[in-house]
Design a protein around this ligand. Structure first.
Ligand code: AMP
Ligand code: GLY
Length: 423
């Protein structure tokens, strides 16, 4: 069969990883990306349509006559991109807008989980400033406060300070009209990405993100500062419980929905001391930076797997993964996760490592090329340095060797990615 043309939607490190993985798939002849970044431009043709322009993306997909659209971020899914593509008979990897509510509305996700008996923390919705104190009483500290908006992982406050908790609750009510308080879950976090359609599902090797900005998990939450896979905290027994208690009931529910779910369900887990998994959050897409460490693990042809899920044929194919380890370390702009300094020159980003079975290279994210060829920072998370190797230690070493050679004024990265999995 002639290779397919695929369109990837988005502009982060995840989309660079997707475009790279697809460009290496035998089933794919060419990759397009919109709007893409400097990284995707090295393996795909970038187009100028922004992710907010749903009709523009549909027109582009028709004009390019692509066989598959792979949607990276959540916002276009919540805004109905997959619904529109399917109306035009274009296979789309990514759920329809109702499925996307699992990420778009935490209240919706919690209600579904409660109705299915999927383990997750108790929650309460707070609409009035006057009820804040009573709600603070009804939960133990540390308090977990979440705005029910798409906030890229930054709409959550976890604090043991009653004053800060009160303030976060009040800000939420004042800004959005309501806010959620949730039972604090303790343990270790992991991400299990599940590719699913109505015919079946495939759990990708578990990964672990590092959400806090600083070493030792200090400082505010971010979109993610680094990741590795496979994550040993997801032991065979944790994996079995995750499958039985979370993935099976969710798949049963989603496959029987009026419009079946076709895409990735990202299960954000908290695993307690006894190995019991609970859901911290669902996302309706691959994680970023989790994608950068799971896509390179595909042994099977990525294009065929994503196409199968987009067409509802996933059960017909075998999906296999390489027995290697991957790590990625995010380089963030000065100021991230707050207001960032952009437009700065990035140097040394194009170094690679290829020594035996050890690979190292950069996934670009908030970075664009000037006409002169110079690479300039354009966002909070600028790039991540990725290592692939027979052991996690070697993968991390490759990542750190690459990131250590990159210069970007004021930038910062975590020096302890993978610490939970190392001896
Ligand atoms: P979310 O946006 O729901 O993914 O939350 C972002 C991060 O906040 C999570 O990855 C956790 O580190 C933390 N978090 C969220 N909910 C809880 C919870 N119920 N208990 C403990 N930590 C949480
Ligand atoms: N890395 C967390 C996320 O993609 O939501």
């Amino acid at each position: 069969m002639a290779g397919m043309e695929v369109l990837v939607v988005g502009s982060g490190g995840r989309e660079h990883a997707l475009a790279l993985g697809l460009s290496q798939s035998d089933s794919v002849s060419s990759v397009h990306c919109t709007p893409g970044n400097a990284g995707t431009s090295m393996v795909a043709t970038n187009h100028g349509i922004l992710v907010s322009d749903i009709e523009g993306i549909v027109s582009l997909a028709k004009q390019l006559m692509v066989s598959l659209v792979v949607v990276g971020p959540e916002a276009p899914l919540v805004n109905g991109l997959s619904d529109r593509l399917r109306q035009e008979s274009i296979p789309s990897f990514g759920p329809h807008s109702e499925g996307a509510l699992l990420e778009g509305s935490k209240t919706y996700a919690k209600t579904i989980m409660e109705s299915l008996g999927v383990p997750t923390g108790r929650f309460e919705r707070i609409d009035e400033i006057d009820s804040i104190e009573a709600s603070l009483e009804s939960f133990e500290p540390p308090w977990v406060i979440k705005r029910d908006v798409l906030a890229g992982g930054k709409g959550v406050t976890v604090t043991s300070s009653r004053k800060d908790a009160h303030e976060a609750l009040r800000n939420g009510v004042e800004t959005d009209g309501f806010v959620l308080m949730e039972e604090h879950l303790s343990g270790e976090e992991a991400s299990v990405l599940v590719i699913m359609d109505e015919s079946g599902y495939v759990m990708l090797p578990a990964s672990q993100d590092h959400k806090r900005v600083g070493n030792n998990d200090e400082g505010p939450n971010t979109g993610g500062m680094g990741a590795y896979a496979p994550a040993p905290v997801v032991t065979p027994s944790v994996l079995a419980r995750t499958r039985e208690e979370i993935v099976e009931p969710m798949h049963h529910h989603l496959r029987n929905s009026e419009i079946p779910y076709r895409g990735c369900l990202y299960v954000g887990l908290m695993i307690d001391e006894d190995g019991a998994p609970s859901v911290v959050e669902f996302n309706v897409r691959l994680g970023d930076p989790e994608a950068q460490v799971t896509i390179p693990l595909f042994q099977s042809d990525l294009g065929l797997v994503l196409l199968a899920a987009a067409q509802g044929n996933l059960a017909d194919i075998d999906v296999e993964f390489k027995k290697v380890h991957a790590a990625t370390v995010v380089l963030a702009s000065e100021g991230y996760p707050g207001d960032v300094f952009s437009g700065r020159l990035i140097e040394g980003w194009d170094a690679t490592i290829e020594e035996g079975q050890v690979l190292g290279f950069v996934h670009l994210a908030g970075a664009n090329r000037k006409d002169s060829g110079e690479l300039i920072s354009t966002g909070g998370r600028v790039l991540s340095a990725t290592g692939i190797a027979p052991t996690l230690g070697e993968a991390l070493e490759a990542s750190y060797q690459i990131i250590g050679g990159i210069e970007l004024e004021g930038s910062h990265y975590r020096e302890d990615i993978g610490f939970r999995a190392l001896p």
